[in-house]
Design a protein around this ligand. Structure first.
Ligand SMILES: Nc1ncnc2c1ncn2[C@@H]1O[C@H](COP(=O)(O)OP(=O)(O)O)[C@@H](O)[C@H]1O
Ligand SMILES: [Mg+2]
Length: 375
């Protein structure tokens, strides 16, 4: 039996479990703490920054993959040098560690992206600002940001606050986008690649809140370009597994790359119900070097809504009764304000109707109150 080890015990690892069961893959999870979301498959609890612990875990599996991208690249290179398969490869994964490195790699590949520059001191900041078209622009901490933390709209140097003291900051033109999209693809080690149709993602305070699939009203050319961009990146950096490319659609119809994730992604959760192959199954197939599954949609559309705050089981039963067409995914995570605790999915014909249904269902379910529970 193929044995795949997942570093990280979050909801992405959790949702790989049913896919692994169906494929007959033995899944082992390296979690940071007891009681993690993926605890059903946890075989090791420890610190992923400790090479010795990673080695011990890796010795028990055939292939390593990830629920998050925080493992130091040097550790992954050492593990690979010891003969362990690491997918995605450390060099590819390292692009997601640093948004400046990522922008540089995208430029080499020729992927369309916002104008960007790097500023590291008071001396170079004016020229960096000119390169992105002046204020207002977007400033990003290159390392450690997620869910909009580490991203600021800046209209004045004083908006930087302490950031310049922390080291280089990525500046980007503030894209006047009409909406955000995400294109997911999966790639096998030999290059076989499969794409899902591009989806629309809606953010609230920098955090993904709903996903509509496929992106309603997107031109066929926009859809084709999105797939091409993601395929070129997957090929160009040698991704193995799922690659999620966050995109901006601009007023003039351009598609620009925002950022990358090399693992299953929040924007692909809807594929569990909507596609013949979920992103979790596809990720496992890719990293186990098995033929990729069919990504065709089995319904016209689908909508996913994240749940913030606690998934309250008592209210969940009411949601299940009122909305039998809605699927609930609980991550079994302790509640913390603004934290994703689960998601809801529904598939059908009319995306606007589906969005209404899923938002109503969420309003009943989300005990912390969607508005109140959001940081
Ligand atoms: N260059 C940009 N122009 C306009 N909005 C942006 C830009 N970059 C990021 N954003 C907004 O900020 C959100 C978070 O930025 P992102 O780089 O994806 O950070 P995170 O790693 O926190 O997801 C994006 O989803 C988008 O809404
Ligand atoms: Mg993002």
């Amino acid at each position: 039996m193929v044995k795949i080890g997942v570093i990280g015990g979050g909801q992405l690892a959790r949702m790989m479990i049913p896919a692994a069961i169906n494929l007959g893959i033995d899944l082992a999870v390296f979690a940071e703490a007891e009681g993690s979301s993926a605890s059903l498959a946890v075989t090791h609890v420890g610190d992923y920054r400790d090479l010795g612990e990673l080695q011990k875990f890796a010795a028990s599996v055939d292939t390593l993959t990830f629920d998050h991208e925080h493992v130091p690249t040097g550790h992954l290179v050492s593990l690979r040098d010891q003969g362990i398969r690491v997918y995605p490869p450390p060099e590819a994964l390292s692009l997601t560690h640093d948004k400046i490195v990522m922008r540089g790699a995208l430029q080499k590949i020729g992927a369309p992206q916002p104008r960007w520059s790097v500023t590291s001191s008071e001396h170079d900041r004016e020229s960096a600002l000119v390169e992105v078209g002046g204020f207002p622009c977007i400033a990003k901490l290159p390392v450690g940001g997620y869910d909009g933390k580490g991203v600021r709209v800046v209209s004045d140097w004083s908006d930087f606050g302490d950031w310049l003291d922390l080291g280089p900051v990525l500046l980007e033109e503030k894209v006047d986008f009409v909406r955000e999209l995400a294109q997911l693809v999966a790639r096998r080690p030999g290059g076989e690649l499969k794409s899902w149709p591009v989806v629309e993602t809606r953010q609230r305070d920098g955090v993904c809140s709903e996903v509509i699939a496929p992106a309603p009203g997107l031109s066929p050319s926009g859809a084709t370009r999105s797939q091409r961009i993601a395929a070129d990146i997957a090929e160009g950096v040698g991704v193995v597994g799922v690659l999620a490319v966050e995109l901006f659609e601009t007023r003039d119809g351009s598609i620009l790359v925002n950022e990358l994730a090399m693992r299953p992604h929040n924007s692909g959760h809807i594929f569990t119900e909507l596609s013949r192959t979920s992103q979790f199954e596809q990720h496992l197939r890719a990293v186990a070097d098995l033929p990729l599954g069919d990504t065709t949609f089995i319904s016209d559309s689908g909508v996913m809504a994240n749940i913030f705050g606690e998934v309250n089981v008592a209210r969940a039963s009411q949601t299940l009764a009122d909305f039998p067409q809605v699927k609930i995914h609980s991550y079994q995570k302790p509640a913390r304000p603004g934290r994703k605790a689960g998601h809801l999915s529904v598939v059908g014909d009319d995306p606007h109707e589906l969005l209404g249904v899923v938002i109503q269902a969420r309003a009943i379910l989300d005990s912390a109150g969607y508005d109140g529970g959001h940081e």
